[in-house]
Write a protein that binds this ligand. Sequence first.
Ligand SMILES: C[S@@+](CC[C@H](N)C(=O)[O-])C[C@H]1O[C@@H](n2cnc3c(N)ncnc32)[C@H](O)[C@@H]1O
Length: 362
Amino acid sequence: MSELAARLLKRIARQGPITVAEYLAEVLTAPRQGYYMTGDPFGARGDFVTAPEISQMFGELIGLWCAETWQRLGGPATLTLVELGPGRGTLLADLLRAAKMLPGFREALKLHLVEVSPALRALQARRLEGVGATWHDSLAEVPQGRPLLVIANEFFDALPIRQFERTPEGWRERLVGLAPGRDALAFGLSPPAPYAEALLPEGLRGAGPGAVAEVAPAGLSLAAEIGRRLVEDGGAALIVDYGYAEPDGRPTLQALRRHRREDVLAAPGEADLTAHVDFSALARAAREAGAAAWGPLPQGAFLEALGIATRAERLAVGASPEQAAEIRAALHRLTAAEEMGRLFKALVLAAPGLGPLAGCAA
Ligand SMILES: C[S@@+](CC[C@H](N)C(=O)[O-])C[C@H]1O[C@@H](n2cnc3c(N)ncnc32)[C@H](O)[C@@H]1O
């Protein structure tokens, strides 16, 4: 049993069952043993592959989106660019290369990276050597800078969620407790939780028995914080992730290890745990803070509107037949509905009066 699993068993034996959000926070980001804190989970030999790791086209097109937004803002001399959860730093490296195409844009960028993992910070620092970035633990730590651009790819799915289940006695919260032998973790339910109703997405409040509702308190407060900062500083945010426009009452929490699904409680700290993003809830939180929101737009349509097909054609010029086939395969994977084109979505937030921005009409 891992040290983290043993610590969780001890904690629960001492203080009783914990919420799914408390479990996720511990398992993903506990200092030293949390999933993200120790190593590099990306790539073919890791647990998952993200869009920027599939093709340079993804980061380049997001770079183009940022450049067009900068132009829309009037080409200011400085622009605070924040990336939330930069992973291996690949997206930002590709974005910065594309940024050089527009005179003045690259020079305007003040780069801020929000990253909780010391191991990934070290990887990012190597990848982005010489670009002049500053690292932070949270968006709240990023100094105020006008205007602001925030980008986040597969960040919100990594933030802890709470789960509620509708039972014949009403909503109960799913908790992580101990299995009968007290030597393994097991899911259980809280007593009826009348407080739950106020937290749940409106569309699910009247759902019948068996429905599961997921709420992401950290994600919602971050969306509200981004909305507030966009109102104060001007600018825009681009959130790309897998998720749904409206919740349908089914649980989405999942564990992925070496590209395979596994039990969420099986190996705390050793598998990637994520939940699909409730885009309508994020958009609502940002709008309530005063920002404008577009989407979610399917990733395929968003990337096509930004010109991914043309970019792929250009890259294929002078490429070997093998490289050309790789480019076609990456284009398909990023945009096809049966691949990442529909499940993954883009949500655009902006200061009032700025949008719609590039890709928003997709
Ligand atoms: C799934 S990875 C996505 C990485 C990258 N954006 C990409 O597309 O390849 C999630 C990233 O968010 C970071 N992260 C997860 N939870 C975090 C938190 N609470 N605060 C800051 N960073 C976090 C992880 O360490 C990792 O860099």
